[in-house]
Design a protein around this ligand. Structure first.
Ligand SMILES: [Fe+2]
Length: 202
């Protein structure tokens, strides 16, 4: 009997296909990659059922290969589910709790955006705004791939995809303009709902 549950990709919400500045083709390309992460997550967990534990080795082994790439697949799923969920929709600009958290920890929304944009320019794959439960504060983190530099006990609230596939169709090499479009399409009501759901206190 399998010890894991297969998951299925979430449906793309229609609003994602009508973003300002980020094209339908670009979002659909992202969605195909996301579906690939889900399929590989299921495949890897299936293979782990029978992987040989006795030959586990840090240089190369079946177990190492499966577990390392599982982290890439799961990262790809979680990062994109955040990305898809907080773009489009009502494009709500009222920030409420998340606005107060940002002002407390970054000084102002403008300062937060400047730092997240710079983090996105500095990363090779992702930049995230996450709440660190040990430090009780927001911080903008950089990631080079789906599975690099996650911070334990921190909850991502904004996920900015800066892999080239996220912007090359619409902006060629102009990553900065893509990041500006990302900000313009952020649905703050979604981010604020997460702050409430996780009971993050200002
Ligand atoms: Fe992506």
């Amino acid at each position: 009997m399998p010890t894991y549950t297969e998951i299925t990709p979430r449906e793309l919400k229609p609003a994602l296909l009508q973003l300002d500045g980020i094209s339908r083709a670009s979002v659909e390309a992202q969605d195909r990659l996301y579906q690939g992460y889900v399929a590989k997550r299921n495949e890897i967990l299936g293979k782990l059922e029978s992987a040989d534990r006795s030959s586990a080795n840090q240089v190369y082994s079946e177990l190492r290969a499966l577990k390392v790439e599982l982290s890439f697949a799961i990262g790809g799923i979680k990062n994109h589910e955040i990305y898809f969920e907080h773009l489009g929709g009502g494009r709500i600009t009222k920030k409420e709790m998340i606005g107060r958290l940002i002002e407390r920890d970054f000084g102002s929304v403008e300062d937060w955006a400047r730092d997240l944009k710079a983090s996105g320019m500095a990363g090779r794959g992702w930049a995230w705004t996450a709440y660190d439960w040990d430090e009780s504060r927001l911080f903008n983190y950089v990631g080079d791939a789906q599975n690099t530099y996650p911070i334990w006990n921190a909850t991502p609230l904004v996920a900015l995809d800066v892999y080239e596939h996220a912007y090359f169709i619409d902006f060629q090499t102009d990553r900065g303009s893509y990041i500006d479009a990302f900000f313009a399409n952020l649905d703050w009501a979604v981010v604020n709902d997460w702050v409430n759901r996780y009971q993050i206190q200002v």
